[in-house]
Ligand binder design. Sequence first.
Ligand SMILES: [Zn+2]
Length: 82
Amino acid sequence: MRLDREITCAQVVDLVTAYLEDVLDADDRERVEEHLVFCDGCSTYLDQIRQTIAVTGRLEPEDIPPALQDKLLAAFREWSPA
Ligand SMILES: [Zn+2]
């Protein structure tokens, strides 16, 4: 485990579409997966994006409304341990 390379929730949000489209390089994919193991907020976010893709068939980064990202990130901060 390379925990010194942990990424933040904001970085996961940035990477999640590429992650789901399987275009991340191996290092980034590993960091996203490590983050998802312990972060319920990002796991929930990933599920929501997956559902969006299931409905629309594909997802472009601009398909995620900035307002939704802001709302989710605010929720992540509330859920995070102090
Ligand atoms: Zn997170």
